[in-house]
Unconditional design. Structure first.
Length: 243
């Protein structure tokens, strides 16, 4: 199958991307050929070809997740969610050449696309979704917990909020005030980040929080999470900021 594929021929911005023609081979056993309808776009994509890397890595393929239609399956092959037939709508993660019109993927990494989602919506489902799910698994969030999510309106943060709610947790999410309605829409309690965050978190969770997830990576999030976590010394007075 003839296909178009974007590759990075250098390091930098979009100017280093080049579209080429490729031949997608017939899928081997355990593989699926997907006609791509939409490719996920994530920070990891542009970081993949950011400046300052080893030129020996070039050229680089781009794109870690896609949504599309099965064009062919290898012999005796089922997709990761079971079954699979030509014409089925699917998502695939993790791939490494998602910026393509067609590609071969490991069948174990291919799943039925949720019917309620468009191709564009589904294409960005798994990288952030899997990150959020793994985070909640490591933290051990369970029913009845109170979870503080920093960056609750971002890509990963939004997924953390939704998945934590599905687990039965109560969620407090830091965000800009312009995103409060979105955070509330997922069932979480929004609080504004910035000066006074600790006091606002205390007001929203007077009994403390059982877990905190930081999708932002700033000192404010780390300090406030530590100072007002029920995990830290069973709600004894938190140590002075910076201690």
């Amino acid at each position: 199958m003839d296909a178009r594929r974007w590759i990075a021929t250098g390091f930098g911005g979009s100017e280093v991307l080049e579209q080429i023609e490729v031949e997608v081979s017939d899928p081997a056993p355990g593989e699926v050929t997907i006609e791509v309808r939409a490719a996920g776009m994530n920070p990891a994509d542009y970081k993949h070809f950011a400046r300052g890397q080893d030129p020996g890595l070039l050229p680089l393929t781009i794109g870690y997740e896609v949504a599309g239609v099965i064009a062919a399956l290898g012999a005796d092959t089922e997709i990761g969610s079971g079954g699979g037939a030509v014409g089925d709508e699917v998502v695939a993660f993790q791939v490494f050449d998602g910026y393509s019109s067609a590609l071969n993927a490991l069948a174990a990494d291919v799943f039925a696309k949720p019917a309620a989602l468009s191709f564009a919506q589904a294409a960005n489902l798994l990288l952030v979704g899997a990150t959020a799910a793994d985070t909640l698994d490591v933290v051990g969030v369970s029913h009845g917990d109170t979870v503080l999510v920093h960056g609750a309106a971002g890509g990963v943060g939004t997924s953390v909020v939704q998945q934590a709610m599905l687990l039965g947790a109560r969620v407090i999410g830091t965000a800009g005030e312009c995103d409060f309605d979105a955070v509330r829409g997922f069932g979480a309690t929004p609080v504004a980040y910035g000066p006074g965050l600790e006091e606002r978190v205390r007001a929203a969770a007077p009994d403390g929080v059982d877990a905190a997830v930081d999708t932002v990576g700033v000192d404010e999030a780390v300090d406030v999470s530590w100072r007002w976590s029920a995990i830290a010394d069973e709600l004894s007075p938190p140590p002075p900021l910076g201690a």
